[in-house]
Design a protein around this ligand. Structure first.
Ligand SMILES: *Cc1c(COP(=O)(O)O)cnc(C)c1O
Length: 381
């Protein structure tokens, strides 16, 4: 035991650790511009919903070629308020994927509706449209596809099913800012698209933030009112809303970063290609489906030997994370829904096999090479 410990310490000293994410590098590259705008806002005395929020809304709408955008406190709120604006309520069902972060399913529960989980396509890890079709009932009102890890879901098939059954589509784009499906940015394809500006996302601020975009003037009006207590005039409230406002500091920082988002995403894509060129024969690498542009929020590999790889990377001080170890249908929070192990096999298998490796725009390609070689080595040990 003491020998083992000494060996591990030695390895740590020899190789600098590789973190999943280093947010400081991006700040350093934008420091002058960000510091100047922060100082301007602090002196202005105007902090919540102001000219930067309005400009960001306009700029994000323009980027997507959609009519409306509403700055919000988070993507969880964007999903929740979109469902509220669509009139989804108790007794309704909303079909979504179990292999993702919990927020979309929570939003469905917030409005009193029932999340209906359907399995994923093992190749893309995104919701499988053939399963959606089978789960549509008289109570189904909407579908929430998630563009997981930055890869657009099968939007044509999903929109077809929605049209056939008169369902709404709310896209969870938290991990996919800038991703394209058939030359169209995600988020503008369904009835509403929801973004997170949490610091680790592809377009991230320095705190919480989110946005809903839409072409539907009714959804736009409703979400705008919902975010600020249903306020229609000074202390006049036409219905019960929420406090879900975006602040000026986040909006100003996001406006600066928005100008670079395509470059940031291109860097992620280049690093992903480098990973795949080295580990493509050792593990299942992410695939970019035809007619799509994957923005690699995560670079997620699959291997039945996931734990072996993970342990080996850890010994070389390389971070890796399992997104997501427990699919939502097996979470304690949803045990009332009555799902059992074995109900959604592809999601459960993915949960056992996936491993996300470090990827962010400023990551040195030399480090990617080092990580990729460590993965190959782990499997040959
Ligand atoms: C991060 C994330 C969310 C939640 O975003 P918040 O802004 O933190 O509420 C929702 N969905 C997915 C897929 C996410 O990755």
């Amino acid at each position: 035991m003491p020998i083992q410990q000494r060996k591990e310490n030695k390895t740590e000293q020899e190789t600098p650790p590789v973190q999943m994410l280093d947010l400081r590098a991006q700040y350093e590259s934008l420091r002058q511009e960000i510091d100047a705008v922060l100082s301007e806002i602090l002196s202005s005395g105007h902090f919540v919903l102001g000219r930067h929020v309005e400009s960001l809304e306009r700029e994000v709408a323009e980027y997507h070629g959609v009519k409306y955008a509403v700055g919000l406190a988070s993507c969880t709120d964007a999903l929740h308020l979109s469902l509220r604006a669509l009139g989804i309520k108790e007794g309704d069902e909303v079909i979504t994927t179990p292999f993702t972060f919990i927020a979309a399913a929570e939003a469905i529960a917030y409005v009193g509706a029932t999340p209906v989980f359907t399995d994923i396509d093992p190749k893309t890890l995104n919701i499988d449209p053939s399963g959606i079709k089978k789960r549509v009932t008289a109570r189904t009102k909407a579908i929430i596809p998630v563009h997981l890890f930055g890869q657009p879901a099968d939007m044509d098939e999903i929109m077809d099913i929605a049209r056939q059954h008169g369902l709404k589509v709310v896209e969870d784009c938290a991990q996919a800012f800038g991703a394209k499906y058939k030359n169209r940015h995600v988020a503008g394809i369904g009835d509403a698209g929801c973004y997170s500006f949490y610091p680790s996302k592809n377009l991230g601020g320095y705190g919480d933030g989110g946005m809903m975009i839409t072409n539907d003037p009714e959804i736009f009006k409703k979400v705008r009112l919902l975010r600020n207590h249903g306020t229609t005039g000074p202390y006049k409230h036409s219905f019960i809303g929420y406090n879900s406002r975006l602040d000026e500091i986040q909006a100003a920082i996001l406006r600066i970063k928005l100008k670079h988002i395509d470059t940031y995403n291109q860097n992620r894509r280049t690093l992903a290609e480098l990973y795949t060129s080295i580990i493509g024969n050792s593990v299942q690498c992410p695939v970019e489906m035809p007619d799509r542009s994957h923005v690699f929020h995560q670079y997620t590999i699959r291997s039945p030997q996931r734990e072996k790889i993970r342990e080996s990377l850890k010994k070389s001080s390389i971070s890796s994370v399992v997104y997501y170890p427990v699919p939502l249908h097996l979470q304690e929070a949803f045990k009332n829904l009555g799902y059992r192990k074995g109900d959604l096999v592809e999601s459960e298998t993915a949960a056992r096999e996936v491993l996300s490796l470090p990827v962010y725009p400023e990551l040195d390609p030399e480090k990617v090479r080092f990580i990729a070689e460590a993965v190959v080595k782990a499997l040959n040990e």
